[in-house]
Structure formats: C-alpha cells, structure tokens
Design a binder for this molecule. Structure first.
Ligand SMILES: [Fe+2]
Length: 140
C-alpha cells in the first residue's frame, strides 16, 4: 500500500497540531511498511495509544482555551477513536491473524485520520490561534 503523504491542505493552521498530525501519519506509514512481526503490531498499538492520548489532550485543551462551540462533539469523536483502539487491540490479543489486524487497522486509520483532519479538525481552523500550543510540544 502507498504511504500517506502530508499535504498542505491538511494544515489546521496551528503548528503544534500539524506536527502531531504528521506524527500520526508516520505511525500509520510504519504499519504499511512492516507488518512481518507481532512486535510491530504491538509497537503500533503502543505508539497510537501514547500519541493519540497526547495529541487529543493538546487539541482539546486548545479548543477549550478558545471556547470552541463544537468541543463536546469533537471530544466524542476522540473518545470513539479510543474505544475503537481498545477493541481492536483486544481482538489482536485474542489471537486474530497479524495480516488481518494490520489490514484492518491500516485501512481504518487512513480513513479516520484524513476524514477527521479534513472535516472535524478543519472546522476549528481560524478559531484556534496560530500561536496556540506553545506548551505541550511533541516532536514527531
Ligand atoms: Fe481532533
């Protein structure tokens, strides 16, 4: 499968959030490259858990700071993602085949992330200041 490429139209206008989104794309691409070992799948799950925890927290903190009106609905999307991640990880632990897990996770992540960035995240573009997120830097 081809790598996901960052595109300028993915920019939400907030440097820290763009950087985090790029980091998520890198994790997804890693999954596309290497699914030969069980360890890779576990690594991807670990990374996704840690990375999305920090990213969602940063984003929600900024939206709160800027009194974003759709914050509740946006939070809900993040929580749904976390539930999905938990569920798919349990499926993996219960012995699902590696190839199947990799394909499911990869397809879901590509679709979810790009759709989430292009619709839900884009909706706060211009609301959250471009100087937002000077704390909580997460280099990807
Ligand atoms: Fe978001």
């Amino acid at each position: 499968m081809e790598h996901l490429q960052w595109k300028p139209e993915y920019s939400v206008g907030v440097p820290v959030l763009d950087r985090q989104h790029r980091g998520l794309i890198r994790i997804i691409n890693k999954l596309t490259d290497e699914t030969e070992s069980d360890g890779m799948i576990d690594w991807v799950f670990d990374q996704l858990e840690a990375y999305t925890r920090e990213h969602f927290a940063t984003e929600e903190r900024l939206l709160e700071q800027y009194d974003y009106p759709d914050l509740a609905a946006h939070r809900k999307q993040h929580r749904n993602f976390e539930q999905w991640l938990k569920a798919v990880r349990m499926t993996w632990r219960s012995g699902a085949p590696r190839d199947q897990i990799a394909a499911t996770v990869s397809a879901f992540l590509r679709d979810w992330l790009i759709r989430h960035i292009l619709s839900s995240d884009m909706a706060y573009k211009g609301v959250v200041g471009t100087n937002g997120g000077t704390e909580g830097q997460m280099e990807a």
